[in-house]
Design a protein around this ligand. Structure first.
Ligand code: NAD
Length: 260
């Protein structure tokens, strides 16, 4: 379905981004992988995996908080992979603290990585997508783009912000063949969430399994993790012809989290 198209997936060396990149490559899309601080071994392994799927693959170490590095990655996608048809703004970080103790540099880092990065990247690809008459911008937001949790002020602000940015992108692209949508996952068991489970283990002195159960029980009625593969499946759907008129939407994939 996506043969001949190229996708940049930020933060695709791990977790959800990797799941989305695999799903898009599974449909034939060429992939620009990206991540922060990945070892040469990790990069080589990922490149081998994607090349074996029969697609073109490149890796760029752009720090998504740096506009010039994102520009270099977009240029590399044009030069090495034939352009950018699909942009998945996925890279993200978390920091948990009450507002009155939230370090200012952590606030700035969460906003830069989870929100400003999407603006920096989207502005570089929209024109070419509109000229081609086809494009997909997919922003990985969160259930926290729709509802809040205590302790996550910067993350919730960034994720609500990216849902809003998704809508503006949709309005400015309407009728051009370019769509912009957000995906709002609930808990997905990735390194980002494992850190939060580890914090519960340390605080409550319980096992990893008990801490996972506790984390899920607080928010996610299904009490099951969403998987990166399921999010990849939703991203593929948003790239399909069936989704050509879906734009400006925020799709929940959260085991019922925001239905409460
Ligand atoms: P993860 O920690 O497994 O992966 C994060 C990826 O982002 C890694 O590849 C990392 O290298 C990359 N990254 C981090 N900072 C970067 C930077 N400055 N420049 C370039 N790359 C950078 O995390 P994940 O859980 O897969 O999260 C991916 C996205 O999904 C994030 O935006 C996160 O907020 C969102 N999300 C996650 C969950 C969850 O439960 N895991 C739920 C909802 C939303």
């Amino acid at each position: 379905m996506l043969k001949g198209k190229t996708a940049i997936v930020t933060g695709s060396s791990s977790g959800i981004g990797l799941g989305v990149a695999r799903a898009l490559a599974g449909q034939g899309a060429n992939i620009m992988l990206n991540g922060f601080g990945d070892t040469p071994e990790t990069v080589a392994k990922l490149k081998t995996e994607f090349a074996a799927m029969g697609v073109k693959v490149d890796y760029n170490p752009a720090d998504v908080t740096k506009p010039d590095q994102l520009a270099a990655m977009v240029d590399a996608a044009h030069k090495n992979l034939g352009g950018v048809d699909i942009l998945v703004n996925n890279a993200g970080i978390q920091f948990v603290s009450p507002i009155d103790q939230f370090p200012i540099e952590k606030w700035d880092a969460v906003i830069a990585t989870n929100l400003s990065s999407a603006f920096y990247a989207t502005r570089l690809v929209l024109d070419a997508m509109k000229t081609k008459g086809w494009g997909r911008v997919i922003n990985i937001a969160s259930a926290h783009g729709l509802v809040a949790s205590a302790g996550k002020s910067a993350y919730v602000a960034a994720k609500h912000g990216i849902v809003g940015f998704t809508k503006v992108t949709a309005l400015e692209s309407a009728g051009t063949g370019v769509t912009s949508n957000a995906i709002c996952p609930g808990w997905v068991l990735t390194p980002l969430v494992q850190k939060q489970i580890d914090a519960i283990v340390a605080k409550d002195g319980i096992s990893n399994a008990q801490a996972s159960e506790k984390l899920l029980s607080e928010k996610q009625p299904s009490k099951q993790f969403v998987t990166p593969e399921q999010i990849g499946g939703l991203a593929v759907f948003l790239c399909s012809d069936a989704a050509a008129q879906i734009t400006g939407s925020a799709y929940s994939i959260d085991g019922g989290w925001v239905a409460q």
